[in-house]
Design a protein. Structure first.
Length: 73
């Protein structure tokens, strides 16, 4: 199960998995979708989306990751 982060850097949004840059995007939304697609294609995992201040704004478990809750979403 992988861990992906969507982080702002220099006016762009990067998708990083285990600290390694996987892709760059112009908007946070596109980066978020790319990270979700990457995790879904690679066995699921945890997705952390950071704001422009660097703090985690939201996190999600991508199927088939190990979600501690019984409710999907």
């Amino acid at each position: 199960m992988a861990t992906a982060h969507v982080v702002p850097t220099g006016g762009m949004w990067f998708v990083k998995v285990y600290g390694v840059e996987k892709s760059r995007h112009f908007t946070q939304g596109v980066a978020w979708n790319a990270a979700r697609d990457y995790l879904a294609a690679n066995g699921g995992g945890e997705l952390f989306v950071h704001g422009t201040d660097g703090a985690v704004r939201t996190k999600d478990t991508i199927y088939p990751g190990n979600d501690p809750r019984n409710i999907r979403g």
